[in-house]
Design a protein around this ligand. Structure first.
Ligand SMILES: NC(=O)c1ccc[n+]([C@@H]2O[C@H](COP(=O)([O-])OP(=O)(O)OC[C@H]3O[C@@H](n4cnc5c(N)ncnc54)[C@H](OP(=O)(O)O)[C@@H]3O)[C@@H](O)[C@H]2O)c1
Length: 243
């Protein structure tokens, strides 16, 4: 049984259906999705999964259903133990019914290519993954991914956020869902290519030394609140970039 989600703002509406939530999301953009505690922790015991409750999980699944591509940094891929990028059956049915591929493309950003080519990310991928990486990493490890992934290569030590956004769009992947982590969010904010942030605030206090949702040095980026959903004290906030 899925968690109930009520809209509190702008117009109150109880018990939103999947379709109502998806309708509000539609339109191509680069959307970030994070979960945090009230005091801003993005992990419990080193994982975001420890923080995420039933409402966040439902919304997370719907964001993947919406997306053409799920973009994730290698640090998060390693820490959270990502596998092949597959949505559940209901989402796959919805997607094919809306003229999309059954599953989104998985795109990973890695300066090092320190990823396991034998992981199901590559060996069981329903769509060919894309690796955003550097020339130096390709020279060292590129051959291991031949035939397993498309390599999108940059010359410096870091992949530029605007290069990522434009490379995805040029492949027709316009609904971009980025699931983090904080370093990649910083790169995308630096390039000012983030259109939206979906932030779930779980009603817990964690203290400790957990990180924040974004890292790095950027000019302040103003965001505008567009909707507030709630479920048993969990808030699901949606912000768009105020340009
Ligand atoms: N609460 C949430 O919603 C949420 C969401 C996501 C992650 N997290 C948490 O965040 C933590 C992971 O954070 P993290 O510090 O590892 O940050 P991260 O952004 O997940 O990963 C950083 C790594 O990704 C690659 N990377 C990111 N941006 C890059 C760029 N512009 N160019 C080249 N490579 C880039 C590099 O990989 P290489 O090392 O391969 O070069 C870098 O070391 C985990 O604890 C995870 O649980 C929480």
């Amino acid at each position: 049984m899925d968690a109930e989600l009520d809209r509190l703002w702008p117009q109150a509406a109880p018990g939103l259906s999947d379709e109502e939530i998806l309708e509000a999301l539609d339109g191509p953009c680069l959307r970030m999705n994070f979960v945090s505690s009230i005091d801003g922790a993005v992990t419990r015991d080193g994982h975001s999964g420890g923080l995420s409750g039933a409402a966040d999980k439902r919304f997370f699944g719907l964001l993947r259903r919406w997306s053409d591509v799920v973009l994730v940094a290698a640090g998060t891929v390693r820490t959270e133990g990502y596998a092949d990028m597959r949505v559940d059956e209901a989402s796959a049915r919805w997607r094919t019914g809306h003229g999309r591929t059954a599953h989104p493309v998985f795109a990973i950003v890695t300066g090092s290519l320190d990823l396991d080519p034998e992981s199901p990310i590559f060996t069981a991928a329903p769509e060919r993954p894309i690796l955003f990486t550097t020339e130096a990493a390709v020279a060292r490890h590129g051959a291991r991914f031949a035939g397993l992934a498309e390599l999108c290569v940059t010359s410096g030590t870091e992949v530029d956020g605007s290069a990522i956004a434009s490379a995805l769009r040029s492949r027709g992947l316009e609904r971009i869902l980025c699931e983090g982590g904080p370093a990649l969010f910083g790169s995308l904010l630096q390039a000012d290519v983030v259109d939206e942030l979906c932030l779930t605030v779980e009603p817990t206090l964690e203290a400790g030394d957990a990180g924040r949702i974004a890292r790095g040095r950027i000019p302040s980026r103003a965001m505008r609140l567009v909707s507030v959903l709630q479920s048993e004290g969990t808030l699901l906030l949606r912000y768009v970039r105020a340009r």
